[in-house]
Design a protein around this ligand. Structure first.
Ligand code: SUG
Length: 445
């Protein structure tokens, strides 16, 4: 046991390694019991399209858990993050609501937008939680976890501090990890975490790609919001101790953002030495890929042309928001069912036939997808050394027993359906607290 009450991981994980020294741990965020369709994310077309519809929190959490179980059974280390406490009564009190918790919720119902912010379950998309610079890549040999400030969207702006507290507790006994506070919460430093970051590894080189949508203090080039700034990307690289030679910044194509690709991971996914990318994802894309090839001669890029799949189809199918997982047999694509049919499905089949992919698996993640979150949004990749993995609490990692326990909590407490009237039901508030306690206990025991 550690001082924080976390038992250490002593069992030997079946580890699939990216290279000899690092293990790519997949860390998924679990949907919370307040999962709802608030229509809170401008520029995220799915969020806008589903605003106000009844949500299904139990299904949201179970769908995410099914994906985690699948990855775990591949022998890939799968870890999880419990939900943040929502409704965020502390945040509502800072807005001037007072009285008992139930009174705060009842009063806040007269300000429905604030109530939606305070009950958002958007933390479930852990790709936005942080950017990870592994110990092998940083100049000080430490693993850096730089929490994202998510300042662009009001309902996500408090996640950074709260997730930082969780990661600090988690890593308390791991001397080689530094957890950084989110960048200052200002528009010039909009940071959305790993959704706009990718790590290419091959030919003895590592290159971190940071994709930004706008530059601070420069005229906007998009109709829909561009969340990540160039200045935030370079600040994250600095915090992570990346030498100048091992990272590059690339601008996301304004037309991709305006088609609904509010993060780069809606038009690109990479793993090791492979990139799957839409041909209109970046500004000066050909030049950027040439630069990458200079450092990574064996890089394989599957660039999907507009003729094969338009940007609009990329956004509706979420093909590029699939999760790529390295297994002993090859690269596995974990895709949303939305990408199974039609032109996206044909592209996946072609990539399997050509050996770019070993296999594809499709998951029904409808509740997350309806808010603009596909398989890749739900996971944060954390490359760790074997030693670091053994220093982390055992409760962080998923095994069958822990997955079963999480599932029982979900089935017991999460509502099948949720509408706006349910949010102010005192019994609902009590259930949310019970979930938080039960899941956190599981995470720390
Ligand atoms: O930030 N949706 C999230 C989806 C995040 C997807 N993540 C990645 N692409 N990595 C967002 O827009 C919608 C919430 C609502 O409308 O209730 C939302 O926050």
């Amino acid at each position: 046991m550690t001082q924080d009450g976390f038992p250490l991981l002593q069992t030997s994980l079946r580890l699939t390694t990216m290279d000899d020294s690092l293990i790519d741990v997949q860390v998924d965020g679990l949907a919370g019991p307040t999962h709802h369709f608030g229509g809170l994310s401008a520029g995220n077309l799915a969020s806008q399209a589903h605003a106000g519809l009844r949500s299904h929190p139990r299904a949201a959490a179970l769908q995410g858990l099914a994906k985690m179980r699948f990855v775990m059974r591949l022998g890939v280390p799968q870890a999880w993050l419990p939900p943040l406490l929502r409704p965020d009564i502390t945040w509502l009190r800072r807005c001037g609501f007072s009285g008992t918790d139930a009174a705060v919720m009842a009063a806040a119902s007269h300000e429905p937008h604030l109530l939606k912010i305070a009950t958002s379950s958007a933390f479930m998309w852990s790709a936005n939680c942080a950017t990870i610079i592994p110990s092998s890549d940083s100049s000080d040999g430490r693993c850096h976890i730089i929490m994202a400030n998510l300042q662009a969207m009001s309902h996500r702006a408090s996640e950074g501090e709260q997730r930082a507290a969780q990661w600090r507790a988690l890593c308390a006994q791991v001397p080689s990890i530094t957890v950084h506070d989110p960048l200052p919460l200002v528009s010039a430093l909009g940071d959305e975490g790993a959704a706009n970051h990718s790590r290419v590894v091959s030919d003895g080189n590592v290159t971190h790609i940071f994709v930004y949508g706008r530059q601070a203090n420069a005229p906007g080039t998009t109709r829909l919001p561009a969340r990540q700034t160039r200045e935030a990307s370079t600040a994250v690289a600095r915090c992570g101790g990346l030498p100048d030679s091992s990272f590059m910044t690339v601008q996301q194509a304004p037309e991709a953002i305006d088609a609904g690709a509010f993060h780069n991971d809606v038009v690109m996914v990479g793993c090791g030495s492979r990139l799957l990318i839409h041909a209109r994802a970046w500004v000066d894309q050909a030049q950027a890929i040439t630069r990458l090839r200079e450092r990574h001669p064996s890089l394989r890029v599957a660039e999907i042309s507009d003729d094969e799949l338009s940007l609009n189809e990329a956004v509706t199918s979420y093909l590029f928001n699939s999760q790529l997982v390295q297994t002993n047999k090859g690269l596995l694509l974990i895709a949303p069912t939305h990408a199974q049919q039609g032109r996206a499905g044909a592209i996946i089949q072609r990539l399997c036939d050509q050996g770019f992919l070993h296999q594809a698996h499709f998951f029904d993640l409808q509740e997350s997808m309806a808010n603009g979150g596909g398989p890749a949004c739900l996971r944060l990749r954390v490359p760790l050394t074997r030693e670091t993995c053994t220093q982390l609490p055992v409760g962080f990692f998923l095994d069958d027993q822990r997955a079963n326990a999480i599932e029982s909590i979900i089935t017991h407490y999460y509502r099948e359906q949720l509408g706006s009237a349910d949010l102010i039901d005192p019994a609902f508030l009590a259930d949310c607290h019970a979930v938080q306690q039960a899941l956190t206990a599981l995470w720390t025991t």
